[in-house]
Design a protein around this ligand. Sequence first.
Ligand SMILES: [Ca+2]
Ligand SMILES: [Ca+2]
Ligand SMILES: [Ca+2]
Length: 388
Amino acid sequence: MQKYILLLASFVLIVSCKKNSESTGNNNGDEEDCVMRAASGSGEIIAAQYIVAFKPAINSRATSRLKLDEISKTVLQKHDINVSALKQSFVGEPGGFIAKISAAEAEVLRHDDVIAAVEPDRVISLGNCFTVVEPRLITWNIKRIGYGNGIGKTAWIIDSGIDFDHPDLTVDQSRSKSFIDGQTSAHDVNGHGTHVAGIIGAKNNEFGVLGVASGASLVALKVLDNDGEGNLSYIIQALGYVNTNAKAGDVVNMSIGAESGSSILDQQVKNTASRGIYFSIAAGNDGELANLSSPGRANGVNIYTVTAVDSLDNFASFSNYGNDVVDYAAPGVRILSTWTNNRYAYASGTSMAAPHVAGLLLLKGRNITSSGVAKNDADGTPDPIAHY
Ligand SMILES: [Ca+2]
Ligand SMILES: [Ca+2]
Ligand SMILES: [Ca+2]
């Protein structure tokens, strides 16, 4: 049986897990505990819920969600499936729909001429361990890779949302959106997305931290709930939203993933990237081949898969690897950034590495460079460390 899934989501925590403003972060024993916890996140199948993607011919006809709803219902009816099975359609490349159907019905749809792929929906989840501390302006990681003015540039962050009220972030609330059933606000309660947002674009002001592309407009696309859990189908919908609303030169950050892969997810990323929209994607935290998970395995122009290094340029023990898909390494161990409720916290993972590259892409597009390489790279081919 084909196994799609899971998540990786990458929130590996480092440092001690206690919330201690005095922490200096020298506790490596706790770091190992946190990495294991993050790697144990599950990706169970959601019973009787499937993601159905249309072939390109249908996508070109579907000019709106309404039109897609109509086409989706027609396909269901063609196979004697009640239209009430339609949960939600999504635009994008591919567009498609999410349906409450049986495995047998999914199999029937899989063989329909207009359907490109059918995948079971999955639960994705984050680990949750962090250390809240006092902020300190220009941190080692920002010095290491370089930084610039990101005002007027836009990053779309597919994550747990962003804290709308954090004084060190410029959140574009009007374009932010939640894709979680029953939740209309993309405000972050978990912390992961707010941390990612700060690495990309924390403001150049008198307090807190400095992001790689300071002052950038940060759009929160919420696919993980307060507990850091969401569905694969939420990510697919968020990508469809980006495909429709982002413009060339914008950057999408995905510190999130599905272990074992999703062809629908990969295709959405590739087609959106081909429009000149950049993607920075976490390689994953399972210490295994990065080409096993989506969208980290998605190769193509404007798509960057990112591994993690520490402050000494050492390849992080938890980081996935493999130069068939990996493009750059970036700082991902003990990274200080914004957190919920006006706070700042340390966290580790390839989740933290990807937003460094996202910031550089905002500033320089395809002209980002590198400086040095990852030491002791797990695959034997040292990854270049991204640099302004
Ligand atoms: Ca600041
Ligand atoms: Ca790649
Ligand atoms: Ca490598």
